[in-house]
Design a protein around this ligand. Sequence first.
Ligand SMILES: [Zn+2]
Length: 422
Amino acid sequence: MRVWVGIDDTDSSRGMCTTYLATLIMERVESELGRVEGFPRLIRLNPTIPYKTRGNGAVSFLVDVEDREDLMEVVNEVVLEHAMIEDENTDPGVVFVDDDLALKLKSFADRAMKDVVMLDEALFLIGKYFIPHLKYKKGRGLIGALAAVGAELNDHTLELIAYRYPEKFGTEREYDEESFFDMDFELYPLTFDNVDWCNEKVVCIPNTPCPVLYGLRGESVEALYDALDMIRTEPYDRKMIFITNHATDMHIIDTDRISITGLENYRSYKVTGRVTGEPYDIEGGHVFFEIDTRFGEIKCAAFEPTKQFRNIIRQLRPGDEVEVYGSMKKDTINLEKIRIVKLAKVYVERNPICAICGKRMESAGKGQGFRCRKCKTRASRKVKELLSREIETGFYEVPPSARRHLSRPLIRMDGDKRHIFR
Ligand SMILES: [Zn+2]
């Protein structure tokens, strides 16, 4: 029988990783019970959920086994041995969904990526379809487990995750930084978002105590294996390629296409609007501005970690037409990217220019107008000049070090002028 296994919420900030646990389960299945079909899937859910685990990612994979009871027993053993069940915020859940039932979970999965889904809804579906499952403690992981099985991937990318030897867990990772930049230089954009050139950071290596050595992002299996050959690190214990919804914008609700009456916190949107005031910095290097939209005035933010992206935002002026992408938190859109649709004409008042020598006149004294000392020309008032804008229209994005798993980088998008932060 072909069964989808969905699993979530087995890790905590102190260790483990659901992808690792799933990898251990798949190894056990292959050696004892049957076959794993194709690649496993790593599905990131709504990134703004307040009670999420670190990356809010769930895993699913399809197996062909003789007996579901045996499968459930193996899974239960691995979960009990490896999940961080003693952690107060870890509530694992596993579902075992018949292959032909997975389609029925599609809309639930879509909501789990975009919306706030309650555990009751997951339990309702499990009851409705008699879905065999394993629930530990509160079993909150059942939400992600069902979503990972049901998620429809119209777009996808791949991630090759290499895991450390267990005795290394929690220790500092050894790797040659330069080799990651060389790899990116060679393979980009077939591999992407593994390093951040401007901020000189390798972003595909976590610094948590989890089992992951690195997670390489790419568009094809071939490119990922090429990358594997080029990077130099401590030896890995095992590795697995996951099909993911990373870099797809699947969390974004497009308000131009979906009719909603208002924006809510803990959701992510694409919204169009017009800048209403000058952008302003607050302490800590965070930059804010407001836009007027069909939902009213909305505050947008480019926080300090978005680094050079803030310099773009600081150049916005009232009247600019923009399309913002990001998550709503505390009634503020946290920008992931922006499209400047149209730049407003901004005028500034300046001293007039001398018609003879072409230099700017100086003040002739209070209320006395302006004069050119050299040519003796005079003028009575300041002139309005068109401000030359430091930015142009098109897409701008946060750098890879500030990019979310789900955010689609501009290199993966078509269209208008793209200002890519690689
Ligand atoms: Zn002059």
